[in-house]
Design a protein around this ligand. Structure first.
Ligand code: NAD
Length: 483
């Protein structure tokens, strides 16, 4: 266990740590105990951070890709050296098991290394010729950093959502003001401390911890910010976009999901059960990519449900540091109550509870919930239509491939989908028909920094990761010359 100081500085501005005026209580969700208080910022701190980043941009935007790549490699190495400590902070502050925290930290390292490589390749591709249908003119294309950017992230994958924005922003040559979630500042502050040691010039990277209203709102509105990259709920994403619209700044939004796992008639049932549990209960279901709708071919439905509920009941819900834990705690009281409310409303709407729905009997404290499975969920109920963000699966059978695709696509969201089938051709055909930014075929939810992240419809605007993640922080300039 980590011994935290009573208070922590929540501001890192222009290369200096300091305490802001807002006191953020940080809780361990597995014990409900107060871990520490982070002294976060407000509008004034945002103003200072944006000013520092604006001043630093003059120099940082002119550095070579190779120089920036070296900094990103320093950060990746710092994270690697601090891996164990960062894992402990993740589990203490977020409630996720240590094995999940390890996946997060490794993802952060891989992301910084990937964008280091892209940064190192930028110098050679900085000015590229553009063929024109005329001998009288020549043209070249330059990609330049878009300016000072604001990064606003949620609590469900702290550090990971940060790395997905921060690494490409720094690689592009942007200066950054990061606002972590007020719920999980501890791993983010440790990551910031590692970055502070990586050798970046002062002002390039700034952190302002704080609430959405005190920090996120003024950051979204600040006219000196060129772009806001936001991950979080749809309700807040809309507000961020509205504020950003006042000064016509670009926004990238990674929002909610209501994704499906399709178990087709020839599926390997055991694999389907494991993928359903992974897609529903990893991170206690607090994933934008949760495949909370499980659609099963009617021939398999009875057997699948039998196996799923047996597996779900056997999942070991426990303290995140327990060596045998399979599922940890939900992040806080508010989220816990929200999920319980969804379960209650689902029951009132007529859905049938197959298993779970309650606190595990052996865990009287902490925000723990049993893995929960429903059937007979009405198609117009909140349980079926809205993002639950908890360990709750809704299982429904279908009678044809077309019906399964229609059920999966019938959502305001379109983030991801999973398909289980032994037929490769069917798998590819169904993947092509699904309205989702990422489709896994017979695979767990593996994510690579090389592949795009983001969704259709109200799940996203833009894509993170891959070259698309870098392009989001670049402006395109054409220079046309008369010959
Ligand atoms: P949230 O929208 O409540 O908060 C996200 C961030 O926005 C936090 O840092 C918060 O302080 C800040 N914020 C709150 N109000 C604000 C305002 N008015 N202006 C600016 N910033 C403000 O989301 P959450 O509860 O932290 O996270 C859960 C949500 O995040 C879920 O909906 C989930 O689907 C989504 N999410 C999406 C992805 C993705 O990649 N699509 C990934 C992770 C989480």
């Amino acid at each position: 266990m980590i011994n935290f100081p009573t208070t922590l500085d929540g501001l890192y501005i222009n290369g200096q740590w300091s305490a802001g005026r807002e006191h953020l209580r940080v809780i361990n969700p597995a014990t409900e105990a107060l871990l520490t208080t982070v002294n976060g910022g407000d509008e004034h701190a945002v103003d200072q951070a944006v000013a520092a980043a604006t001043a630093a941009f003059k120099h940082w935007s002119q550095t070579s890709g190779v120089e920036r790549g070296a900094m990103l490699r320093n950060i990746a190495n710092g994270v690697r050296n601090g891996r164990e400590h960062l894992m402990k902070l993740q589990s203490s502050n977020n409630g996720k098991p240590q094995f999940e925290a390890a996946i997060d930290v490794d993802d952060v390292i891989a992301t910084f290394e990937y964008y280091a490589e892209l940064a190192e390749g930028l110098d050679a591709s900085q000015d590229s010729n553009v063929p024109l249908p005329s001998d009288d003119f020549s043209a070249r294309l330059r990609r330049e950093p878009c300016g000072v950017v604001g990064l606003i992230v949620p609590w469900n994958f702290p550090m990971v959502t940060t790395a997905w924005k921060l690494a490409p922003a720094l690689a592009a040559g942007c200066c950054v003001v990061l606002k972590p979630s007020e719920v999980t500042p501890l791993p983010e502050l440790e990551l910031a401390a590692i970055i502070a040691e990586a050798g970046l010039p002062k002002g390039v990277f700034n952190v302002v911890c704080g609430t959405g209203l005190a920090v996120g709102a003024p950051l979204s509105a600040d006219p000196r910010i060129a772009r806001i990259s936001f991950t979080g709920s749809n309700a807040v994403g809309v507000q961020v976009m509205q504020r950003a619209a006042e000064t016509v700044k670009g926004v990238s939004l990674e929002l909610g999901g209501k994704s499906s796992l399709l178990v087709l008639e020839d599926a390997d049932l055991q694999l389907a059960v494991e993928l359903a549990c992974g897609g529903g209960f990893f991170n206690a279901g607090q994933m934008c990519s949760a495949t909370s709708r499980v659609l099963v071919a009617e021939e398999l439905a009875e057997e699948f449900l039998e196996r799923l509920q047996k597996r779900a009941r056997a999942i070991r819900v426990a303290d995140p540091f327990d060596p045998d834990v399979e599922m940890g705690a939900l992040v806080n009281q508010a989220q816990y109550q929200r999920v319980l409310g969804h379960i209650d409303r689902g029951l009132s709407a007529g859905a049938k509870l197959v298993c779970g729905g309650n606190r595990p009997a052996d865990l009287p404290r902490g925000y723990f919930l049993q893995p929960t499975v429903f059937t007979d969920v009405p198609l117009d109920s909140a349980l079926w239509c809205e993002e639950i963000f908890g360990p709750v699966l809704c299982v429904r059978s279908f009678s044809s491939e077309a019906e399964a695709i229609a059920l999966a696509n019938d959502s305001q969201f379109g983030l991801v989908a999973s398909v289980v089938t032994r037929n490769a051709e069917t798998a590819e055909r169904v993947a092509n028909a699904l309205q989702a930014g990422l489709v896994w075929l017979n695979a767990p939810q593996v994510i690579f920094p090389q592949a795009a992240w983001g969704g259709y419809k109200q799940s996203s605007i833009g894509r993170e990761l891959g070259p698309w993640g870098l392009a989001a922080f670049q402006e395109i300039k054409h220079v046309i010359r008369a010959l």
